[in-house]
Design a protein around this ligand. Structure first.
Ligand SMILES: *[C@@H]1O[C@H](CO)[C@@H](O)[C@H](O)[C@H]1NC(C)=O
Length: 267
């Protein structure tokens, strides 16, 4: 009760004089300090996101700018996108007796995938992940010379269809699958992936689902895309930020939101 009049007194003085000296400090940095100059402010203030730990889609050199420390996800070894064989006959022959294999991961509705900065490795315990921890910046839509999974897993979360093919997969089958995917939706990513088996060197992945194939079955592919595309927990058609080795940027098929999937494809 004794202090109240004192506080009023100070405010009056300030209002009268119009300016005053302020002795204090910002902790840990002033709000104007450049983001790139203070890592603590960067991660704790600008990049913090209560759901994922690190906010998505914001370029930041200290965390992820889609340019720095990319080797942590891929060492740029051409083995990951090249088939080193002496002749075409050594490519994996498509087999109609090996049926397409659809598998599903049951992801709890409450699951929220963490984002990790480029200072930390991200490992997956399956060959073809359908969900999981990923990088804050996702990939621009389209076809890549090679795109690491830590990027495309983020695209899955946004509802994308990811097409993977072994570099030694039969080229006609790869071309056929690519054409179907590109004519089905804008929100796709295509990349080679040499960890697929020789038995089923072609795959489509969506959030929670994977379809592995030896030979393209068009009706199964179209059905898979219609059922499982655009079902990730964070629907957005917004394009990504990562575009290293992007060789063909996606084109619109029906509209930006892919409201009509595989509309030109007649079965
Ligand atoms: C690249 O290929 C090697 C050899 O198969 C494999 O061990 C590695 O995991 C692959 N890297 C990526 C990023 O797929």
């Amino acid at each position: 009760m004794v202090r109240k009049p004192l506080i009023c007194f100070l405010i009056v003085i300030n209002a009268v004089s119009g300016s005053y000296d302020w002795h204090g400090g910002w902790f840990p940095y002033t709000p104007e300090a450049g983001v790139d100059n203070n890592p603590v402010a960067t991660i704790r203030q600008n990049m913090y996101d209560p759901e994922h730990g690190v906010v998505m889609g914001v370029k930041n050199r200290q965390c992820d700018d889609a340019k720095t420390n990319l080797q942590i996800d891929w060492d740029f070894n051409p083995v990951n996108h090249t088939c080193f064989v002496l002749n075409r006959r050594q490519f994996f022959a498509p087999r109609s007796d090996i049926h397409p294999l659809h598998s599903q991961d049951y992801i709890p509705k409450a699951y929220s995938a963490p984002h990790k900065c480029m200072s930390e490795p991200i490992n997956y315990n399956v060959i073809v992940p359908t969900f999981g921890t990923h990088r804050p910046l996702w990939a621009k839509y389209g076809e890549y010379v090679f795109l690491p999974r830590q990027r495309w897993v983020h695209n899955l979360e946004h509802g994308a269809v990811v097409m993977l093919y072994h570099p030694c997969a039969d080229q006609n089958e790869v071309n056929f699958l690519r054409k179907l995917v590109k004519n089905c939706l804008y929100r796709h990513v295509i990349t080679p992936y040499n960890l697929l088996s020789a038995e089923r060197p072609l795959a489509l992945v969506t959030w929670g689902h994977r379809l592995e194939m030896s030979k393209v079955a068009p009706e199964i592919v179209v059905d898979f895309i219609r059922k499982h595309a655009l079902k990730g927990p964070e629907q957005t058609a917004r394009d990504g930020q990562y575009d290293l080795m992007l060789k063909d940027h996606s084109g619109i098929v029906s509209d930006l939101k892919d409201r009509e999937l595989c509309k030109e494809i007649v079965e």
